[in-house]
Design a protein around this ligand. Structure first.
Ligand SMILES: *Cc1c(COP(=O)(O)O)cnc(C)c1O
Length: 372
C-alpha cells in the first residue's frame, strides 16, 4: 500500500462486534483473563496497551516504514524516553539549533543524570565527525531546523553515525514521512510531535517514536514507557488516527501554500530574509531537493529593524493568528525569540509562520498589508 492508502487503512478495520466503520473508543483500563489465566486478546492493562493505541501505533509504523511504533502523551515524552533508554556516561551529539525543548532536556535534565551531550552545526558534516567520541551512542538530527529552516544532509549524518557505531534518531515532525523518509535512508529511530501535522487541527498533544527494528532500543523505549507511564489516552489515539487519514492531502496543501507565500514575500523591501528551503537562494536548497519530495509548510521571515518592527507587523495581521505551534489548519505566526528566551540564537526580527489551509492568496494579502 502507498502512503495515502496506509494513512486511511493501516491500524483500522471494521469493528467485528458491531460492523462500525469508525473504530469505537475503548475506555476500559483492564481486560479479562481466561479461566486458564491467559489473556485471549493479548491486552492486560491500559498502561501497557489499549486497542486504540495499538491501532495508532500500527498506522504510525506503516507511515514511516518501521517495524515498531510507540506512541506517547507528547512529543517531549517521546524524546525523553529515547534519552532514558541510553545509560549514564553515554554521549549524544545534537544540532545546536535543535528544538529548544530537546536542548533543555539534554542540557539541564539529562546532564544531571550523567548523559553527556555536544551541540554542533549539523549542516557541517566535518564538525559533526570531529565531535564523535568513543562513548557517542546517539546522533540526533532535525531537518528543516527550527526556526531558520537549515537543511541537514541526513544520508551524511547516518553514514557518520554508522562509522562511529552510534544510533541515529531523526525528529521528522516538520517534514513528515510524506516529504522525508529517514528510516529508508538508514536511520534507526524517527521521532514525531504528533501534536503538529499528524494531528493537524491543534486539538491534541502527542508524540511517537518509530523504530526500524522491533528489537534493541525500541524494546528499551517501550519498557521505559510502561514504567514511567507517559501514554496517550484512548480518545487522543482515536483523534490522532482520524487526523492521520487526511494528513497526506493536508500536507500537500500546506506545502503548496508555503511555497506560494515564500515566493511572494522573497525580496520584500521590509524583509531582510525569507527562510524557505524551496527557494533557489536557500543555502540548503540542493540537499532539500534531494531528500524532500516537497519543501514543507513552514517558513520564517526576518523583518528589517529587529524585534520592535517584527512585533508591530505581527500585531497588524487580521487573518493570521499570533500563536506558537504548527501543523494545524490555521496559519500561525510567532515571534520566536520571545518564546525561546534571551539565550536563544534566533534573530530578533524573526517571525516563524506555519502555513495553514486557508487560500494562499488571502494569507499573502494579510501579510503584505501587515508589512506595509
Ligand atoms: C513541537 C515539537 C516538539 C515537542 O513536541 P510536543 O508535542 O510539544 O511535546 C519536538 N520537536 C519539534 C520539531 C517540534 O516542533
Amino acid at each position: 500500500m502507498r502512503l495515502e492508502t496506509r494513512a486511511i487503512h493501516a491500524g483500522r478495520g471494521i469493528d467485528p462486534a458491531t460492523g462500525a466503520v469508525s473504530q469505537p473508543i475503548h475506555l476500559t483500563t483492564t481486560f479479562e483473563r481466561a479461566p486458564d489465566g491467559s489473556f485471549p486478546s493479548g491486552l492486560i492493562y491500559a498502561r501497557e496497551g489499549n486497542p486504540n493505541r495499538n491501532g495508532l501505533e500500527e498506522c504510525l509504523a506503516g507511515l514511516e516504514g518501521g517495524e515498531a511504533a510507540i506512541s506517547f502523551a507528547s512529543g517531549m515524552a517521546a524524546i525523553h524516553a529515547v534519552f532514558q533508554s541510553l545509560r549514564p556516561g553515554d554521549h549524544v551529539i545534537a544540532p545546536n539549533d535543535i528544538y529548544y525543548g530537546t536542548k533543555a532536556l539534554l542540557r539541564d535534565t539529562f546532564a544531571g543524570w550523567g548523559l553527556r551531550s555536544t551541540f554542533v552545526d549539523m549542516t557541517d558534516l566535518a564538525e559533526l565527525r570531529s565531535a564523535v567520541q568513543p562513548e557517542t551512542k546517539l546522533i540526533w538530527a532535525e531537518t528543516p531546523s527550527n526556526p531558520t529552516l537549515k537543511i541537514t544532509d541526513l544520508a551524511g549524518v547516518i553514514a557518520i553515525a554508522r562509522e562511529a557505531g552510534a544510533l541515529t534518531a531523526i525528529d521528522n515532525t516538520w517534514p513528515t514521512p510524506l516529504l522525508t523518509r529517514p528510516l529508508e535512508l538508514g536511520a534507526d529511530l524517527v521521532m514525531h510531535s504528533t501534536t503538529k501535522y499528524f494531528g493537524g487541527h491543534c486539538d491534541i498533544t502527542g508524540g511517537a517514536i518509530v523504530a526500524r527494528t522491533k528489537a534493541g532500543i525500541a524494546e528499551r523505549i517501550r519498557t521505559h514507557q510502561g514504567r514511567s507511564g507517559a501514554i496517550p489516552s484512548p480518545f487522543d489515539c482515536w483523534l490522532l488516527l482520524r487526523g492521520l487519514a487526511t494528513f497526506p492531502v493536508r500536507m500537500r496543501a500546506h506545502c503548496e501554500g508555503a511555497a506560494t507565500v515564500a515566493a511572494a514575500l522573497n525580496g520584500h523591501p521590509q524583509l531582510t530574509r525569507v527562510h524557505y528551503p524551496g527557494l533557489a537562494t536557500h543555502p540548503g536548497h540542493a540537499i532539500a531537493a534531494r531528500q524532500m519530495s516537497l519543501f514543507g509548510g513552514m517558513l520564517a521571515i526576518e523583518v528589517a529593524g529587529g524585534a520592535e518592527p517584527a512585533m508591530q507587523a505581527a500585531a497588524r495581521l487580521k487573518l493570521i493568528t499570533r500563536a506558537t505551534s504548527l501543523g494545524g489548519v490555521h496559519t500561525l505566526i510567532e515571534h520566536r525569540k520571545s518564546i525561546e528566551g534571551p539565550e536563544s540564537p534566533t534573530p530578533d526580527g524573526l517571525l516563524r509562520i506555519s502555513i495553514g489551509l486557508e487560500h494562499p492568496q488571502d494569507l499573502m494579502e494579510d501579510l503584505l498589508q501587515a508589512l506595509g
